[in-house]
Design a protein around this ligand. Structure first.
Ligand code: FDA
Length: 305
């Protein structure tokens, strides 16, 4: 992994740095570039405007690493309220939700996370939409896979996220290729023992996984902004005779928005990952770490107020 990226991710976990950044008078524009807003209403509004541009959404209520039940319960309620609003506003066919198990109590016990995620899945089913489980750092992968398998006994449409940087992921793709799988590169600082750390190797593994998922009879969701990978996915999809609608491109809110619209205008299904909520810190840091230019943009906003 790029040393600057490792440094930013390591600093992000430091309480002093966290306190400093979270309390700094960060310009609303910087956070707003990547985050839809703090409220359910703002998330729904962004979904509506994406839908007007021919895009679909997956909404993430920000928050992760919850260490108390009250906070986990608050997160579940936020998702229930969101699903209710999506249904009431007629947007449930344009948006699904993405859930981090650590936000609904995974560190307090796998059963709590399963119970809470089940409540979100049941509500999503009632609204006629779906849920995808985000994937966090590698120490949680086995647990997330177990919860996924349990959830799929009742809701086979629950989506999984697989991270191409993990050495295990090609096998996981083979295992899950008959289902809804979101493939991303991976956003956490992971050790060499479990992950490819050379970006080129990550890309190669991403392409291997693309082939496996397109050859399967599931629904692949390719989450990347990488122009070379976007081209490869299009080419391989044609090779596998995959029509638009039998797979999706996915990108993050605020990143390559023109490309999102270009892909949609060519008839592809494009889903935008829309984070919202008050706990934007961890998410923002991962986006900054992905691109040093974002750090400059962020620091400039702190001094230019
Ligand atoms: P890469 O990082 O190589 O970027 C390719 C190009 O995209 C860059 O050159 C730049 O042009 C643009 N770009 C990428 N990131 C940018 C940024 N932050 N700011 C500005 N431009 C940027 N990860 C994870 O570990 N678990 C998960 O559950 C998810 N979920 C998820 C859902 C969706 C829909 C997406 C799109 C991504 C994720 N991720 C994730 C994040 C993912 O693992 C990865 O960190 C980012 O997508 C960046 O990787 P790229 O594939 O875009 O390639």
């Amino acid at each position: 992994m790029n040393p600057l990226r490792s440094l930013i991710l390591a600093a992000a976990g430091n309480d002093a740095v966290r306190g400093l950044v979270a309390s700094a008078p960060v310009s609303r524009d910087v956070v707003r570039r990547f985050v839809a807003g703090e409220s359910t209403a703002e998330a729904v509004e962004v979904t509506r405007s994406l839908a007007a541009d021919g895009l679909t959404a997956t909404l993430d209520h920000l928050g992760e690493g919850t260490t108390n039940r009250t906070q986990a319960e608050r997160t579940v309620r936020a998702y229930l309220e969101l699903l209710d609003r999506l249904h009431a506003t007629g947007l449930a066919d344009k948006a699904e939700v993405s859930v981090k198990l650590s936000a609904v109590g995974q560190s307090l016990g796998e059963n709590l996370a399963l119970t809470n995620a089940s409540r979100i899945c049941a509500a999503a089913e009632q609204c006629g939409t779906t849920v995808t489980l985000d994937m966090e750092d590698h120490t949680t992968t086995d647990s997330t896979m177990r919860v996924l398998a349990e959830l799929r006994r009742s809701w086979p449409w629950v989506g999984a996220v697989l991270q191409a940087y993990l050495r295990r992921t090609l096998d996981d793709c083979r295992e899950l290729s008959g289902s809804r799988v979101r493939l991303c590169k991976g956003a956490y600082a992971e050790p060499d023992a479990v992950a490819y750390t050379d970006p080129h190797e990550v890309d190669l593994n991403y392409v291997r996984c693309v082939n496996v998922l397109l050859a399967g009879d599931g629904f692949p969701m390719f989450a990347t902004h990488d122009p070379r990978l976007v081209d490869v996915i299009g080419e391989r999809a044609r090779w596998h005779d995959r029509k638009p609608g039998s797979f999706e491109y996915q990108m993050l809110y605020g990143i390559r928005p023109a490309e999102q619209r270009r892909l949609a205008s060519e008839g592809n299904v494009v889903r935008v990952y829309v984070p919202y909520g008050e706990q934007w810190y961890g998410y923002l840091v991962r986006r900054l770490a992905e691109r040093p230019a974002n750090v400059t943009f962020f620091l400039r906003s702190l001094v230019s107020r």
